[in-house]
Design a protein around this ligand. Structure first.
Ligand SMILES: NC(=O)c1ccc[n+]([C@@H]2O[C@H](COP(=O)([O-])OP(=O)(O)OC[C@H]3O[C@@H](n4cnc5c(N)ncnc54)[C@H](OP(=O)(O)O)[C@@H]3O)[C@@H](O)[C@H]2O)c1
Length: 269
């Protein structure tokens, strides 16, 4: 079997990608469809989602189903269940996230709770739903989007980073538990990637580019799809992996937390 055929037989014939109207989610959708898998794409942004769906359908000829729903409401799963009935979802990419940058005390409790609902509760519900179905088929793949900010406390995104740690730790545990059922799980940490969410966060770009590289969505997603099935978690970008190695293995945790805090203050303070 070629690599492509193996990918299709392990993770096809349908994939479900959340937060697919733009950014990394749209890119996951494009690349998965280009590998010959049909898509259920989910987002709140109806028009942008429809556009992405049409673009991918025209480009790849795959079947695309769009589901407009708000993942902060736990009943979203009923909508997804209805729209996916009878479809074999072999790949779940839990990508949508809510994570405005700012000091903890400047954000409302509603914002903080919404972050937990979208970034923690929704992935949990999705994994529960689809891993159970994949288990009966003895095959499948699950990618949970985490972030390098999950590796230690990260000022200015404290709550967001904590929600991303949940995804990383859940993915790594499930990588072990589910592999005996033929299900590959990956906790994926993009580096800083040029997406609408990143642009909206308005960092000081001049300072940022001195500290870390800014990646494009295409190569970031290639890394995720290549790492699936090979390891429990993966950080995109060689320089990001090097930086994370330095700060997590060679620095006391307190130093690493301070370093990140200082960098975030420079970028967003
Ligand atoms: N870009 C980076 O530098 C970076 C770095 C590390 C990790 N990540 C992770 O990568 C993933 C994708 O990030 P991105 O930068 O591509 O984000 P993005 O540009 O904001 O795209 C995320 C998509 O998810 C949607 N979404 C958010 N909340 C939703 C909800 N309640 N229900 C349904 N859809 C919702 C967004 O819609 P709205 O625009 O309406 O909110 C948006 O279309 C996230 O999990 C993020 O934490 C990104």
């Amino acid at each position: 079997m070629t690599e492509l055929q193996t990918f299709q037989s392990k993770y096809g014939p349908w994939a479900l990608v959340t937060g697919a109207a733009r950014g990394l989610g749209a890119e996951f959708a494009r690349q998965i469809a280009a590998r010959g898998i049909n898509l259920v794409i989910v987002d709140m942004l109806a028009d942008e989602l429809a556009q992405v769906g049409i673009e991918i359908q025209n480009h790849t000829g795959r079947e695309i189903i769009t589901v407009v729903t708000d993942l902060s409401q736990s009943r979203f799963i009923n909508t997804i269940r209805e729209r996916t009935e009878g479809l074999e979802i072999g790949l779940l990419v839990s990508n949508a996230a809510f994570g405005p940058v700012g000091l903890f005390l400047d954000k409302s409790l509603d914002d903080k709770q919404k972050m937990v609902a979208v970034n923690v509760q929704a992935p949990l519900i999705l994994v529960h739903e689809f891993a159970s179905i994949m288990e009966t088929r003895k095959r499948g793949g699950i990618i949970l989007l985490s972030s390098a900010s999950a590796l230690r406390g990260s000022a200015y995104v404290s709550n967001y980073a904590a929600t991303k740690a949940y995804n990383l730790i859940l993915a790594e545990g499930l990588w072990y538990e589910l592999r005996e059922h033929g299900i590959d799980v990956l906790g994926f940490m993009p580096g800083i990637t040029s997406t609408p969410a990143f642009e909206q966060s308005k960092p000081n770009l001049e300072r940022l580019m001195k500290v870390v590289p800014i990646m494009e969505a295409g190569p970031t997603v290639v890394e995720a799809l290549e790492a699936l099935g090979k390891r429990p978690s993966h950080i995109a970008g060689r320089m990001n992996r090097f930086n994370m190695f330095m700060s997590s293995k060679l620095m006391p945790r307190k130093t690493a937390v301070k370093l990140v805090g200082n960098q975030m203050r420079d970028l967003y303070g």
